[in-house]
Design a protein. Structure first.
Length: 273
């Protein structure tokens, strides 16, 4: 993984109660959800947000992009939520580590979609967590997602953004130095249970609504929502720096300074027509 907090605790946190009526747009969905500005909300509510999207929009067939060894739900959990989950990855080795009971599909989300596991229009919901920063051609990935979604389908990508200082450093430093820093901060197990660190490119990984929306429109999506987040947990053990960083991010969030967002949910919906 990149300098994203892939090892952060993924605690389940209840979302604010949403009405039972279907919402007309993604913007309306998130307006009712009322996310907090801090990235802690994004981490704690990633899974509940997906479940609420599935409930509100009637989505069942789910593809987790880049899920590999660490998918969103186990087979039992997915079934319990009424979801038909398929785990995707570009790497066969990662898919070999997918927990038992889950179906897998090996293909490159930014590729030509000619692989045998690809079925266009087959998914109601496509999700990814800390994947898009590793994709070379993100615009093509979004175009492919449009092709893979069924009419009315939804996709959510959760990724770190530039130019948050911690990710700007990861982007600028040579890969060897970046890898050493991540391994020092988050020691990884090498027995198959840890998350490896892949090179990060940050193509289109921004929190700017004005910049991302035209690209997503070109990919075929008209219903688009970019939920921006600020802040991170890297300085939790660094008194003084932690408080200064929090104050900086709180001010950036208050003023809507998109240039220094830390994470984003990018959520799109394919036309039902």
């Amino acid at each position: 993984m990149s300098l994203a907090i892939a090892t952060a605790e993924r605690r389940s946190s209840p979302l604010l109660a949403a009405s039972n009526r279907p919402l007309g747009s993604l913007e309306g969905f998130f307006r009712e959800l009322q996310p907090d500005w801090h990235s802690q909300w994004a981490w704690e509510n990633y899974e509940p947000t997906i479940l609420e999207l599935a409930r509100q929009f009637g989505l069942r067939r789910v593809c987790e992009i880049g899920g590999g060894r660490d998918p969103l739900f186990s087979a039992g959990e997915a079934a319990g939520h009424g979801l038909d989950l398929i785990v995707n990855d570009i790497d066969g080795g990662e898919l070999a580590l997918t927990p038992a009971g889950l179906r897998t599909a090996r293909f490159d989300i930014a590729g030509d979609l000619s692989e045998p596991d690809v079925v266009r229009g087959d998914y109601d919901l496509m999700v990814s967590r800390m994947v898009f920063e590793h994709v070379h051609d993100v615009e093509r990935a979004w175009s492919n997602i449009h092709a893979l979604l069924a009419p009315g389908g939804v996709a959510l990508a959760f990724f770190p953004t530039l130019w948050a200082p911690v990710f700007a450093l990861n982007h600028i430093l040579p890969e060897k130095a970046s890898r050493a820093i991540v391994h020092a901060l988050f020691p990884l197990r090498r027995d198959g249970g840890g998350d490896p660190k892949f090179p990060a490119f940050y193509d289109w990984c921004r929190g700017s609504r004005s910049r991302l929306t035209p690209m997503l429109n070109r990919a075929g999506f008209e219903d688009v929502h970019i939920q921006r987040f600020w802040g991170h947990g890297y300085f939790e053990r660094m008194p003084g720096l932690r408080q200064a960083d929090h104050a900086f991010n709180a001010l950036a969030a208050k003023t809507g300074w998109e240039f220094v967002t830390t994470y984003a949910y990018v959520v799109v919906r394919k036309s039902a027509a």
